[in-house]
Design a protein around this ligand. Sequence first.
Ligand code: KG4
Ligand code: ZN
Length: 375
Amino acid sequence: MSIRILGIESSCDETAAAVVADGREILSSVVASQIDIHRKYGGVVPELASREHLRRIVPVVREAVEEAGMSLQEVDAIGVTQGPGLVGSLLVGITYGKTLADSLQKPLVPVNHLEGHIHAVFLEAHKVRIEPTLPAVCLVVSGGHTVLYEVRPREAKCTDPGALWHYRKLGQTRDDAAGEAYDKVSKLLGLGYPGGPILDRLAGAAGNVPAPVKFGPTKIKGNSYDFSFSGLKTAVLYHLRENPDYLPEIQQREAAIARGERKFEQLLPLCGAKTLGLIREFQNAVVRDLVERTLHAAEELGVPTVLVSGGVAANRQLRCTFEERLRRSGLDVYFPSMALSTDNAAMIAAAAYPRFRNHILADVTLNASASLPIA
Ligand code: KG4
Ligand code: ZN
């Protein structure tokens, strides 16, 4: 008989619930996105996010359980994101998880959101019955995080008794996350929120238009596995200020977005060759930095596998570049599907499974932890 865990995720702007059997078989996964609510502010507004989680959490959990063809009573345990994330948002999921666990007399498993993103890669690979070989280097890259980990099989002296694997943080962003840089540059260009998906498509449509500016590799003093994206965003800002000819187009796109015309097909005709060239150069710089630092880590550590997860892992150029570069180096690279790359609760239920098996449970005193580390 399989162990079926209900996962609950509410760390940022997605209210999500899912049921996963034995940590790998997704029985249901429901995600209610709040993008439409935060769009007009150009980013997630924490207070609005927690209010929306409150409205959505009950129907989302109900839908996930129904879609899995079961009742709440049949769930074996409840896994809930404890952190990192927005405290007000986390508290909605945690409070609901605690209440459900208490009233149903089910175990409650606290889960780290970042560990969830790592499990997302394994959930995807399991669909084709593959188990990525460890040790690996794992890049978690989203709107809130850009972190590089080493992931090894569990060792006897492992400090975290509930984790399936042993993690070591190799580096992280010193300022903006990569997804945050996409969102900020998109705002500067009048292309709305979130920025990643639209900039990704526009960069792909740029072809070989001339580059109006060149962005060199980001130099990092000290730990070469650390990242930094705020300088690149500022370089885009200065370039736009120095070239006022971008302005009429930016205003046209802002007007289109205000009318709700956000689709790629609607925005592409409002982007001249110079804008497309700029977007392509920005994306080239982000992708080059993410791929080079991750590859450097994989080569120095001598691992056979690279895992990439988080919202920015949905980026086409990032996927293609990783695949191309790693094939040449003889390494394997794994990504989750688009749906499992961005925030979801299946990855939370998956990460809860080994913790449940190792009896790492929480009680009603469980609290949110805004910057909970995994390593
Ligand atoms: O993982 P996620 O859903 O939420 C966070 O934990 O942040 O990631 C959302 C982020 C946003 O910043 C969004 O712009 C970015 O991921 N993103 C992308 C793409 N799709 C989403 N960035 C680049 N290319 C994409 N295709
Ligand atoms: Zn996330």
